[in-house]
Design a protein around this ligand. Structure first.
Ligand code: 13P
Length: 257
């Protein structure tokens, strides 16, 4: 059975003091959990070092929200994959729709970043998802297929095993309007089928596919109990310990057959 991965994408929220406050609250509450799900926190770059010292000895792991496709050099403002691993990051979110929309990231660029992340053993959480316009014009499947092919281009079977895919419909992000469990599950099944065609069914059935987009304490149980939804990538609801822990709890309960 696939282990659920519940990840908080804090986006551009929380300075180091607020980071310490939230992680200290999470630490109190997470004591009751015994690694039934993987819990990942993705604060801004500036909070990663502080966050690392605070999550030490807890089941919580650390991820970044982006990284460069380059190893090092004259790339002002960028952070490399190795810089992330040396401070204890184990995950990195790549190709988030906000990066695609505001910073013009393409599938090719995301693919290059995925390859770099894998080289240093960072687990990439690779985001795909359609816009509202694309959904309404009935091209969701085509858009998702193109994104999956693009971001996984020329990965080996060994590499795909180390990836996580996050399905984040753009229209559901930060809008309070989540995809219904059935809508989301259908796209997750499509992603698994596409990966089985690109690689093999045995790899596809092990692939963790998270859902992201207005997941909250109320809808998490329904979403996470779907057959092909293996976790959540949570924005707004990850910024408060009570809502985030409610989603972690939903993940724990959803794994019980
Ligand atoms: P919200 O949970 O705020 O909709 O954000 C989802 C997201 O973009 C996570 O990466």
């Amino acid at each position: 059975m696939r282990k659920k991965v519940i990840a908080g994408n804090w986006k551009m929220n929380k300075d180091i003091h607020e980071t310490a406050g939230l992680i200290n609250e999470l630490k109190e509450r997470i004591k009751d959990f015994q690694n039934e799900v993987d819990v990942v926190l993705c604060p801004p770059f500036t909070s990663l070092v502080v966050a690392k010292s605070l999550v030490q000895g807890t089941p919580m792991k650390l991820g970044a929200q982006n990284m460069s496709q380059h190893d090092d050099g004259a790339y002002t403002g960028e952070v490399s994959a190795r810089m992330l691993t040396t401070i204890g990051c184990e995950y990195v979110i790549l190709g988030h729709s906000e990066r695609r929309q505001y910073f013009k990231e393409t599938d090719d660029l995301v693919n290059a970043k995925v390859k770099k992340a894998l080289k240093v053993m960072l687990t990439p959480i690779i985001c795909v998802g359609e816009t509202l316009e694309e959904r309404e014009s009935g091209v969701t499947d085509r858009i998702i297929a193109a994104q999956i092919k693009g971001v996984l281009h020329e990965l080996s079977s060994e590499e795909i095993q180390k990836c996580i895919i996050a399905y984040e419909p753009v229209w559901a992000i930060g809008t309070g309007k989540n995809a219904t469990p059935d809508q989301a599950n259908q796209v997750h099944k499509l992603i698994r089928k596409l990966v089985s065609q690109l690689f093999s069914w045995s790899l596809a059935e092990k692939l963790v596919i998270q859902y992201g987009g207005s997941m909250n304490a109320q809808n998490a149980a329904d979403l996470l109990s779907q057959s092909d939804i293996d976790g959540g990538l949570i924005g707004g609801a990850s910024l408060k310990s009570d809502t985030f822990m409610a989603i972690v709890q939903a993940g724990v309960e959803a794994r019980i057959p």
